[in-house]
Structure formats: C-alpha cells, structure tokens
Design a protein around this ligand. Structure first.
Ligand SMILES: NC(=O)c1ccc[n+]([C@@H]2O[C@H](COP(=O)([O-])OP(=O)(O)OC[C@H]3O[C@@H](n4cnc5c(N)ncnc54)[C@H](OP(=O)(O)O)[C@@H]3O)[C@@H](O)[C@H]2O)c1
Length: 380
C-alpha cells in the first residue's frame, strides 16, 4: 500500500489523483490532503477518503470546519501544516499540485524529508529549478514529473544511456484560442480563453495554455528535469494532444509517448514508477484517428513562448520573475482588469526592468515576489 499525500486535493490534478485512489483502494491510500479555499469539496473528500491528516492552508477559514465531523482526521493549518504532513514517516509519495509559487516551500520540505515527489506544480521548477534539483541530488529525493509532456519524455528516456539524447520536442495543443488571428486576440474574454479544447484543467494553467506561456514554462522545466540546454528543446503545435512529447536520439530515432489526453496516466505513473498498472484509459484507435497533425508555432501570435526562452537564457532570477509576473498578469486578466494581449506586455516589461541577476534561492524568489507585484500593479 502506497501512502500518498496530496497537496492541492481540491484542484484539477488533486481530484484526478483521488479518482485514481478511488479505483485502486488496494494499492493507494490518501494519507493526507491539503486544500486552500474550496471547503465544500474538501469536506466531501474527507467524508469519502477519511485521510489521517488534512491541512487547510488558508488558516483564516479554520472555523468553518468542525473536527468532530471528521473523527479519523487530524487537522493542521498553513505552511507549518504542509511542512508537517510532507515530512511524516508514513508518507511514501508527495503529490505537489498546488497552483502558483505557494508550491515551492512544501516541495522543498518534502525533498528535505527524502520523499518521492510527484511534481505537477510547474512553478517550482520554473522559479527555482537549479536549487530544487541540487537539493534533491543531495538528499536522494526522487522527483517524478506529472506534467504530461515531461512524463512523456521521462517515459521515453527509460533505458536510454547517457549521451544518447539529441533533442526534446514538446507538443502544444494551442489552447482555446488557437484558431483566432492575432488581431482577434485583442477582444478575447476570460470565458473564451478558459474553453480548452482537449484538457480540463484549473483556470490559471488554462490561460497559460491560451497564451502559450504554459509551453514556455515547460521548456524551462524540461531544461531542469532532463539537464539539456534550451537550444535543444523545441516546441511544435499538435492540435490533437495524442503525442504528449517526443525525444530524438543521436541516431535520428524519435520516440513518442501517446495516449488519448488523460492526466490520470502521468499521475498514476508518478505513483507507481517504474511499474505500470491498469488506467482504464481506452486504447488508441489509430484507424479512427486517421492522422496526427504538427504545425509550427506562430511566434508573433504567442510572444510568451519567446519570453520564456529569453528568461531561461538570462538565468538566475529571470525565470522566477517571468513566473511571478505571469501569475499577476493572468490574475488581472481573469478579473477583467486587463485585455488578453496585455499579459505578455506586462511580463516583458517586468523582465526588462527588474534586476534578476542575483542568485536564485528560495529566499530571493520570495523577496522578489513583492517587487514584481508592485511593478505590475503600478502599470494597471
Ligand atoms: N490541471 C492539469 O491538467 C495540469 C497539468 C499539468 C500541470 N499542472 C500544474 O499542476 C498545478 C495544479 O494545477 P491545477 O490545474 O490542478 O490547479 P487548480 O485546479 O487551480 O487547483 C489548485 C490547487 O491548489 C490549491 N491552492 C490554491 N492556492 C493555494 C495556496 N495559496 N496555498 C496552498 N494551496 C493553494 C487549491 O485549493 P482550493 O481549490 O481549495 O482553493 C487547489 O487544490 C499547477 O501548477 C499546474 O500548472 C496541471
């Protein structure tokens, strides 16, 4: 039995992870859950899964849960609560599925506790990749990617010997706005951008898919996960989301991992690696699919992708600035306070104006957060 601690159990990844546990009670146990604001869903999860621990990260809402209703669960609160659950002796896997920079601190604590990390929260590697990888190498903590693209690459890399990799090819669905022209993007509303054609995800990552910043983040993540330079990571539009990403080897062979779009496969693999179990995802029907399409990504339409490459090449704190500025810009767009096309503009201005040449450490990432927030706020 694998004891799993799910950080962000009320989110899109968290609920899909619980679905896996629901279908495999003999293999997985939801030992600890964490949620921030969705107490209605959290309570349903507590009734159903009866975890031994629950962390409410927004401790100001503590009064809204009566522990007497959940006698098998011990309640903990805030960042300190997260630190305690990820370090529990009984925890085998920590699934990090908290959106935004709030995922960084508990991931670091889980690495220090030498846990297997199933890493969904891309902001962790984007903001502090070198540090996190270095720490994991020191403690021996294993970090398994959950993002479908990195899971695909990780799966293709199994059995490859060092020095065989030539390049990585990340596939992009193009998000909700892929059929609109650059001019039409000016008038896009949050409702339009939230309608992702292939994946059902949280609102922040769905907007990141529409701007293509999500792909930019994945380039940065891939650089850290697979220790490969930015010029050997390419992105290609693949509207069907069947090939989740590819690797090209020295001899020109290309390997892809394919399936119908379903996050349960990469989440489950991060739990069971290197073993595989039934997922219930239907087998690919190639005859019905008929074709798989690949297209170049229009750099003028999606400036966020280039901004991510630029931040990665600049190094140190620039990827963290990119991530923090994007967090704020996306929030402002979702609140209806800026147009869609202002998202890349604000991020570019932040990269141009804020000095990111200092060493990238978690402390510096937290410190620069308020600087980026003030910078963006002054431009709205
Ligand atoms: N969804 C996908 O298919 C997918 C694929 C690849 C990677 N990812 C990555 O996985 C992460 C989660 O994505 P998602 O789509 O599951 O997001 P989501 O649906 O928005 O869920 C986010 C989770 O984080 C919790 N949370 C929000 N703010 C928090 C805070 N300040 N402190 C602690 N917890 C907080 C939320 O709790 P409440 O709901 O209770 O407020 C919720 O449980 C993101 O980094 C995303 O980029 C997602």
């Amino acid at each position: 039995m694998l004891n799993i601690c799910i950080l962000g159990s009320t989110g899109s990844i968290g609920t899909q992870a619980l679905n896996i546990i629901r279908k495999n009670r003999d293999k997985f146990n939801a030992l600890a859950l964490s949620a921030h604001s969705n107490l209605r869903l959290l309570k349903e999860q507590l009734y159903e899964f009866k975890p031994k621990y629950c962390v409410l990260t927004d401790s100001s809402r503590a009064g809204e849960i009566d522990p007497k209703d959940f006698p098998s669960t011990k309640f903990l609160f805030g960042q300190e609560g997260l630190k305690q659950v990820v370090s529990l002796k009984e925890v085998d896997v920590v699934l990090v599925a908290i959106v935004g920079i709030a995922a960084l601190y508990p991931t670091i604590e889980a690495i220090k506790a030498k846990k297997r990390i199933a890493l969904a929260s891309k902001e962790v590697m984007v903001s502090c990749g070198e540090y996190v990888k270095g720490l994991a190498a020191k403690t021996g903590s294993q970090i398994i990617p959950v993002d479908s693209e990195h899971s695909a690459i990780f799966q293709c890399m199994q059995g490859q010997i060092e020095g065989s990799l030539k390049r990585l090819i990340l596939t992009a669905s193009g998000g909700a706005l892929r059929d609109l022209s650059r001019d039409q993007l000016e008038k896009v509303t949050p409702e339009m951008a939230l309608l992702h054609p292939n994946w059902k995800m949280g609102s922040k990552i769905t907007i990141d898919s529409a701007t293509m910043m999500n792909k930019g983040f994945e380039v940065i993540e891939a650089r850290h996960f697979f220790d490969i330079s930015a010029d050997r990571i390419e992105c290609v539009m693949h509207p069907q989301s069947i090939a989740h990403s590819m690797i090209e080897l020295k001899d020109g062979s290309v390997l892809a991992q394919m399936s119908y779009p379903n996050m349960e496969i990469p989440i489950m693999y991060s739990f069971t690696y290197p073993q595989r179990i039934e997922s219930g995802v239907p087998s690919l029907d190639f005859i019905a699919l008929k074709r798989l399409d690949f297209e170049a990504i229009d750099a003028d339409k999606y400036p966020c992708l280039e901004l991510a490459y630029r931040a990665l090449k600049a190094g140190e704190m620039y990827p963290a600035i990119l991530n923090l500025a994007n967090d704020d810009a996306v929030r402002l767009f979702l609140e209806g306070r800026i147009p869609f096309t202002k998202i890349p503009q604000l991020i570019e201005e932040a990269l141009d104006s804020i000095d990111g040449s200092i060493k990238c450490t978690p402390e510096n990432v937290y410190c620069i957060g308020s600087k980026v927030r003030d910078f963006i706020a002054a431009r709205v």
